[in-house]
Design a protein around this ligand. Structure first.
Ligand code: ATP
Length: 639
């Protein structure tokens, strides 16, 4: 007599033995152990099928949002391939609740009883090992065929499921094909596995392209004719060549030395001459091929951003936050600040930005404006410290015709009025004279402005963002800044960290380097030792100083990249003391002649030119050229 299924499962759980099985089967056994040990499920106690209410089902569909439309289209494409084989296709959300079902007869009691319908719960923690739930737990495509199920009640089912990732790598939904009473062993489901995986990839990539439609999209594939329609890797890039999104293929293929994925890195971090080739691709010129630093070659195709969707805010839509997102790499304080800024941007409140000089206060103010519902109206910036005190009043509030000697005949619209409907940015608010603080407070409270010499107030609809590098609370204690204005402004305060306290300096170097190199039309390469020099600097002038240093160095550098000598003082001065074990590619090399340096690098890499080129961040041809110039001959070719 055959053993009841629950006993088979129990035996595996008690023995804990999973290693001897093939990969697909091992995943199933692993899931059995998880069900028993982590979720406390017992194979003998089958909980049966449970449903969510139709209201909850509606909510869940809403939550999947635009992904659902793309996934539905994918299911419609997939279904005709499997219909004749007795399968139906389903879509579940990331909790394992089925949202859509295509195929079969809705009234078929067998399908109904098996739970193959919208609104049923297939989370692994609830119904044990099954196609949808275990796919979510393992985050990979898998088949759960008949006896693979944890509970005996599901043994009629054969399910193959694949995760659908969102553009950030999280499981957004699951694509599943299922059948009842499918004969044969799980190996017979091989084709089902490939088909489900293929359509999951198509759905993911379609959604990815839709999500990043206002970015440059770089498609990379092994086969030239397919690169446009079936790219293996897709990267979304901003105008500076920074990666802002990577599809599942790209996340797997491109592993950066630091960080968890390619997002936030420049294209040059992964591809030889990445920036130059990107430039050519954007202009529709040059060879449409890219090679990774490990010499993996891809055919490339580039598509342009659809600007209209990002610059014209859709009524009721979410304003773009790209400028905010582009401000930070993986620094926790900056990430927190950007998350707060994203939320505050859309709220009708005035904001105060604090931070040292050059830390990016104005950049943040502009990004807040771009991410706000006011983005299509004016952003008016004024630096209170730079304006003579006598002019601030008329500049800000404007004046009526003939209000004072020298005034324009028709009067002048003040900056407050020019910013009507948009954002007014008052930089260095701590330097605002006391009487103007009073008038500004009135404007903020009453939302109207009284131009000089006029007795008719003008209603204003504006958001005021102020910024200061000074500690306003100290100015309040000293009596030079109005306390009531301070509290009005400090309601929404965003504090930018100093660059020396940020952990994403490396990221910022890369980003600014690409941007500045692009502007100057040269290559963004740092020679060995330069990055370390930059990372060791204290940056009292913050991001502005970093940008200026890179701009200066790029202007001086040869076409093969920035050397330490190209940096401005004091960064170019030899380091005061060097450790005895300074690395070959570090600062110590700077005391040798160029020939000695290159020879040492070639020997270190056993004359592997590709490796030396990678260390130096230059093309192989550059290394060969330098070898010829410095009269260095590879020992292999010496007679
Ligand atoms: N996150 C960033 N990404 C790229 N560039 C940045 C960033 N932050 C600042 N910068 C650059 O640094 C320079 C200084 O930025 P910004 O003017 O916003 O600083 P600030 O804090 O307002 O300076 P100040 O206190 O002198 O007014 C700008 O030219 C800008 O290009």
């Amino acid at each position: 007599m055959t053993q009841p299924h629950s006993e088979t499962v129990r035996r595996v759980i008690d023995s804990g033995q999973i290693a001897a099985h093939k990969h697909g089967e091992r995943l199933i056994r692993q899931s059995w152990l998880r069900c028993a040990r982590e979720y406390g499920l017992k194979p003998e106690h089958n909980p049966g099928i449970s449903d969510v209410t139709s209201a909850r089902l509606h909510e869940r569909r809403e939550r999947v949002g635009a992904y659902l439309d793309v996934a539905r289209a994918g299911m419609n494409e997939l279904y005709p391939h499997i219909a004749g084989l007795g399968y139906i296709t389903m879509l579940a959300d990331s909790d394992g609740v089925t949202l859509e079902c295509l195929g079969g007869d809705n009234a078929d009691p067998a399908l109904q009883a098996a739970g193959l319908r919208p609104g049923t719960v297939w989370g692994e923690t609830v119904v044990g090992t099954n196609g949808i739930g275990t796919c979510i737990a393992e985050q990979r495509a898998l088949t759960c065929h008949r006896e693979d199920h944890f509970y005996a009640g599901n043994l009629d089912l054969s399910c193959t499921a694949a995760p659908l990732h969102d553009p950030f790598g999280r499981v957004a939904a699951v694509l599943d094909i299922s059948a009842l009473s499918m004969p044969g062993a799980r190996e017979g489901q091989h084709l089902a596995w490939h088909l489900t995986s293929l359509y999951a990839r198509l759905i993911e990539d379609s959604y990815f392209s839709h999500h990043f439609r206002d970015r440059w999209l770089l498609r990379l594939g092994r086969s030239a004719p397919f690169v446009d329609s079936h790219a293996d890797l897709i990267l979304a890039l901003d105008d500076d060549g920074m990666i802002v999104g990577a599809n599942t293929g790209a996340r797997h293929a491109l592993r950066p030395p630091t960080g968890t994925g390619p997002v936030g890195h420049g294209i040059g971090a992964f591809f030889r001459d990445g920036n130059a080739r990107l430039h050519a691709l954007k202009r529709g010129r040059g060879d449409a091929r890219l090679s990774t630093w490990g010499d993996d070659a891809f055919h490339a195709a580039m598509s342009q951003p659809r600007r209209a969707t990002s610059s014209v805010p859709v009524p009721g839509g979410t304003p773009p936050t790209a400028a905010l997102d582009a401000m930070a790499g993986d620094d926790p304080a900056m990430q927190r600040l950007i998350a707060q800024a994203r939320r505050l941007a859309v709220k009708p409140i005035d904001l105060l930005i604090q931070g040292e000089t050059g830390s990016g206060k104005e950049v943040l103010a502009r990004a807040l404006h771009a991410a706000s519902p006011r983005s299509s109206a004016a952003f008016v910036a004024i630096n209170c410290a730079a304006l003579p005190e006598s002019l601030i009043e008329s500049e800000l509030f404007g004046y009526a015709p003939g209000s004072f000697t020298g005034a324009r005949r028709h009067g002048m619209k003040g900056l407050l009025q020019q910013a009507d409907g948009g954002t007014l940015f008052l930089d260095e608010i701590g330097d605002m004279p006391a009487d103007l603080q009073t008038r500004l407070l009135r404007v903020l409270a009453e939302r109207e402005v009284l131009p000089l010499g006029s007795d008719t107030p003008i209603a204003l609809n504006l958001r005021v963002i102020t910024a200061t590098h000074r500690d306003l609370s100290t100015l309040v204690s000293a009596g030079t800044f109005r306390e009531d204005l301070y509290y009005r402004l400090a309601g929404g305060t965003l504090s930018l960290p100093a660059l020396r306290d940020r952990r994403d300096v490396d990221w910022l170097i890369e980003r600014l380097l690409i941007r500045e190199a692009d502007a100057l039309g040269c290559l963004a390469h740092l020679k060995p030792g330069v990055r370390d020099r930059l990372l060791a600097h204290d940056w009292p002038g913050n991001v502005r100083e970093l940008r200026n240093v890179l701009r200066f160095a790029l202007a001086l550098a040869d076409d093969d990249g920035i050397a330490i000598a190209d940096l401005p003082d004091p960064l170019s001065r030899p380091a005061p003391s060097l450790p005895a074990s300074a690395p070959v590619f570090g600062t110590e090399t700077e005391t040798r002649t160029p020939r000695e340096r290159l020879l040492a690098q070639l020997r270190e890499r056993h004359w592997n030119i590709a490796h030396v080129a990678r260390d130096l961040a230059v093309a192989r041809s550059t290394v060969y050229r330098r070898m010829a110039r410095l009269d260095i001959v590879d020992p292999k070719y010496r007679h």
